[in-house]
Design a protein around this ligand. Structure first.
Ligand code: FES
Length: 188
């Protein structure tokens, strides 16, 4: 089976590297398009035009087919639900390393569950099955940034920054200070 040939995405966005792994894994499979679109949505939070174009080129499918599939199924989102997106990986490696603590802290802070957006429309929470960076578990994608070896405190620190440095009470829930986890530095 031939592997897809493609250049790195010109944006330098690391999330495309994660997507490449899924594309390589599924390339040539009958359901490759659906699987890759699922992974793309898990990684990016929604399917933007440039992501759909990237998938079409990588899988050597017509753009019309990729757009057609993305718009046909209602579980695919073409626009972001919230202003910011956090996708927490809940695959096995991340689960073992504490993904559920990340989930609990985020849901408490944002006042919404995975698959939902905070009432003020600021943050959408999502989960992914595995985004291919198990060695850096637990992993989450915060907008365009891949966070590695996260703790709940570190994750909430980022969310607080989005929400205006502690004025995020508008979205309800606990503040970052309420979490007692020790911070860890992300892997190099
Ligand atoms: S299980 Fe989370 S990156 Fe693989």
């Amino acid at each position: 089976m031939d592997k897809p040939e493609r250049s790195p995405h010109p944006s330098g966005d690391n999330r495309f590297k994660l997507l490449d792994r899924t594309i390589t894994r599924h390339h040539g499979a009958g359901n490759a398009l659906i699987e890759v679109l699922h992974s793309a949505q898990e990684i990016f939070g929604f399917l933007a035009d440039d992501v759909l174009l990237y998938v079409a080129q990588a899988l050597k499918r017509p753009q019309s087919q990729v757009y057609g599939v993305a718009t046909f199924y209602n579980f695919f989102r073409l626009k972001p639900a919230g202003k910011h997106t956090v996708v927490v990986c809940t695959g096995t490696a991340c689960y073992v390393k504490g993904a559920s603590e990340l989930q609990h802290a985020l849901e408490k802070r944002c006042g919404c569950k995975f698959g939902e957006t905070s009432k003020d429309g600021e943050v959408s929470l999502m989960q992914a099955r595995c985004i291919g960076s198990c060695g850096l578990a637990p992993v989450a994608v915060l907008d365009e940034e891949v966070g590695a070896k996260l703790t709940a405190a570190k994750l909430l620190e980022r969310v607080e920054a989005w929400l205006g440095g502690g004025k995020g009470a508008a979205v309800g829930g606990a503040s970052a200070q309420e979490t007692r986890e020790t911070r860890e530095e992300a892997a190099p």
